[in-house]
Design a protein around this ligand. Structure first.
Ligand code: ZN
Length: 259
């Protein structure tokens, strides 16, 4: 492990989590609270159709420090950045009333070109100002959504570009990169156990995190609220069902994979 991952260095013990209030970024927030002495969160408002995501962010943060007192002293400020001009450029099914379908280029219509790259530029500029060194995101290569800006190869290049362009030594941490959706539930159980109550973190993610593209907060399923039929709900439901079918297997806490 290189010096960039030496968390005994106080400057390296501070993280910024890209936090949407969804299942993946909520598990990332727990991962960061377990690992770092100080954790801040950043969210992006790029003209989403659903304010429900923005409300979920506050609910997850509040419940996490309520249920896990050991983490309360570590959770710092929340930042909300308005990048609606990006949303206007990158109009897609997430930000406009277009059907969610497969496009001719093999990418789903929910793909917003360059979205994660934009997020990391803003996050890094904020982290520079706030003295935070780790940028934590819930990107994952194993969910078959095929988003090219979720690949670790892309994020390795992004980390290099940010460090060159900002004369910095950030790491981009992606603890979910190699996990299946079932394993992400298992990781939530492991992190919750370490934080003092395994069931509490899984329950919190079910009750408070929001993933559904349709913004449905009316229908509660064992895996959380959602319409149950959009691609995000299908992925979340299948992951949960696979985790239950696998006997709620615990998943080891991933170490840093940043170069
Ligand atoms: Zn849905």
């Amino acid at each position: 492990m290189g010096a960039m991952n030496d968390l005994s260095d106080p400057a390296r013990g501070k993280a910024l989590v890209l936090f949407s209030g969804g299942q993946d970024s909520s598990v990332c927030l727990a991962w960061a609270l377990d690992r770092y002495a100080h954790v801040e969160t950043v969210g992006f408002d790029y003209g989403q159709r659903h304010a429900v995501e923005l409300q979920a962010r506050q609910a997850v943060r509040a419940r996490m420090i309520e249920r896990f007192p050991a983490w309360a002293g570590r959770l710092g400020d929340d930042h909300m950045l308005d990048i609606s001009s990006f949303g206007a450029v990158a109009e897609s099914a997430l930000t406009a009333d277009r059907a969610i379908e497969m496009q001719a280029n093999g990418l789903p219509s929910t793909f917003v070109p360059g979205r994660n790259l934009v997020f990391f530029v803003y996050a890094a500029a904020l982290a520079d100002r706030r003295g935070l060194k780790a940028l934590v995101g819930g990107m994952c290569e194993t969910d078959f959504s095929g988003y090219p800006d979720c690949r670790r190869e892309t994020l390795d290049a992004m980390q290099a570009a940010l460090n060159l362009g900002m004369a910095q030594d950030f790491t981009i941490e992606t603890p979910l990169m190699w996990l299946t959706k079932a394993e992400t539930w298992g990781l939530a159980a492991t992190l919750g156990e370490k934080g003092g109550d395994g069931a509490a973190l899984v329950d919190l993610i079910v009750a408070e995190s929001h993933t559904c593209y349709a913004g449905d907060r009316e229908h509660l399923h064992p895996w959380g609220y959602g319409c149950g039929t959009c691609p995000a709900c299908e992925l979340r439901a299948k992951g949960y069902e696979d985790w239950i079918a696998g006997g709620r297997a615990a998943v080891a806490i991933p170490e840093s994979v940043a170069p």
